[in-house]
Every structure is written in C-alpha cells, then in structure tokens.
Design a protein around this ligand. Structure first.
Ligand SMILES: *Cc1c(COP(=O)(O)O)cnc(C)c1O
Length: 233
C-alpha cells in the first residue's frame, strides 16, 4: 500500500492526463469525473480517496465493499463496477449508492425489488458489451433497447447512463483500436437510445488507467481508474 502523499502525486498525474485529454478535444475538464477503483486494496485506499476530496470510489465485489465501507467516511459514495449475481441483489442494493453493472432484465427486477422494499430508488447504469468481447459481461448492443425498457419500467431504479469495458488486444496497437471502436459504439448506442426513448442517459462510464484518453475523446463522463492511482494489484 502506498502512502497518502504518493497517492496524491498519482492523483495529480491522472488529473493532468484527464485535463490534457479534455483540452485535446475541446471539452471542459469538469465534464469528466475521475472515479477511483479501490478493489483488492485495503480500506485505506477508500480513506485516501475521501481525504483527497473524491466523492465516490468503485469496487467490483459486493462482499469486499460491504466489509470496507464501515471503515471509510460515511459521506463517501460506493459504486459497483463488477458482475453481480441476482442472488446478491439485496446486499448490493444495501451496500452501493450506484450499480454500474446491470446487464440483464432478471438482475434489474431483483434490484428493483430490493430497492423498493428498502424504500429508496437505486441509481444504475446498464453495462453494455460494446466491444463484442465473448469474455466480457454486459448486454449485447442489439439487446440494449429491451434492457433499457425493462429497467425504466422499474420504479425502484433510476437509469443514469451506460457503462462498458474495452476488450484487450494482443498488441498495444490492436488494444487501442479495440478501445476506440468500443467507446464509439457505446457513444453511438447512447445517442440512439436517448433520441428514441426520451431518456437522456447522461452518464457514459468508459475508460480505465490504460485507455482514458481514448474514452474521453469519445465522450466519456466517468473514467474508472485503479492501477494509475493505487499501483498494480
Ligand atoms: C478494475 C477495473 C477498473 C480499473 O482498471 P485499471 O486498469 O486498474 O485502472 C475499471 N473498470 C472496471 C470494470 C474494473 O473492473
């Protein structure tokens, strides 16, 4: 685990990258949010993030987040970015302020029930397999309209946008090409869904340590960064 000072230096560097990527495409820096990914790191990582002024952190496992959350400042928000099984919906709805990985109608229904029973509305993103990667979770591009309809019909859910993860290529060039195509697909899907459904779907969660510049050029509003902030896992 790095020190708080080391973490702050890394955060400065990532923020500089984000600002440069925004400037390169003429976007205001404030339109992109940096979401620190604290998975596999101890609860101190979340405490560092809160201390430096981040409003939220992201985790990919429900139990891990549930165990760490009590150690962090209560105002810090937690987002789920990993695959969620329906049978863990209740704990997930209790643990997270937003779930970015909703990828099936069944999961949407379970989360809706859990949120409704606890008297709240849960913010969600729909995870899209925008890179058509057989190894990745996420609903296929063609099935996204149906999932959006189903999730929008749930009173316990508030659909705020879309999330995707770019596939890895076998070379850096191929990886960059795949990321470019994946992010363009997600952006295009969002624009199509938004004009058809009347949902603004403002949040486009895409981009990680290695590809955040490409994601920002394609319209990302939320980059999820682990390694560049906290070191290798
Ligand atoms: C781990 C993870 C990240 C962060 O990846 P880094 O390459 O470490 O920045 C982002 N998004 C998801 C869905 C992840 O699981």
């Amino acid at each position: 685990m790095l020190t708080y000072e080391e973490f702050c230096l890394r955060a400065d560097e990532v923020e500089t990258r984000i600002a440069a990527a925004c400037q390169a495409v003429g976007r205001p820096t404030k339109t992109v949010r940096l979401l620190p990914v604290t998975k596999t790191h101890p609860a101190e990582a979340a405490i560092y993030a809160a201390r430096r002024g981040f409003g939220a952190v992201a985790e990919n496992r429900v139990q891990e987040a549930a165990a760490k959350r009590p150690a962090a400042p209560a105002a810090l928000q937690w987002e789920l970015i990993g695959h969620l099984q329906s049978n863990k919906s209740r704990l997930a709805a209790e643990t997270f302020d937003r779930i970015q990985s909703v990828d099936s109608e069944k999961l949407a229904r379970h989360l809706d029930r859990a949120a409704t029973e606890s008297g709240r509305q849960l913010a969600i993103l729909l995870q899209i397999n925008a890179g058509r990667d057989p190894a990745k979770f996420g609903v296929e591009l063609e099935d996204a309209p149906r999932l959006l309809d189903a999730a929008s019909a749930c009173p316990g859910l508030r659909v705020e946008g879309l999330m995707t993860i770019a596939p890895l290529g076998t070379t850096p060039t191929e990886t960059a090409e795949l990321a470019h195509r994946t992010f363009a697909n997600l952006r295009e899907l969002r624009d199509t869904l938004a004009s058809r459904s009347g949902h603004s779907l403002l949040e486009l969660s895409m981009g990680m340590s290695g590809d955040l510049e490409l994601a920002i050029a394609a319209g990302s509003t939320c980059v999820r960064v682990g390694t560049a902030l906290f070191g290798a896992r």
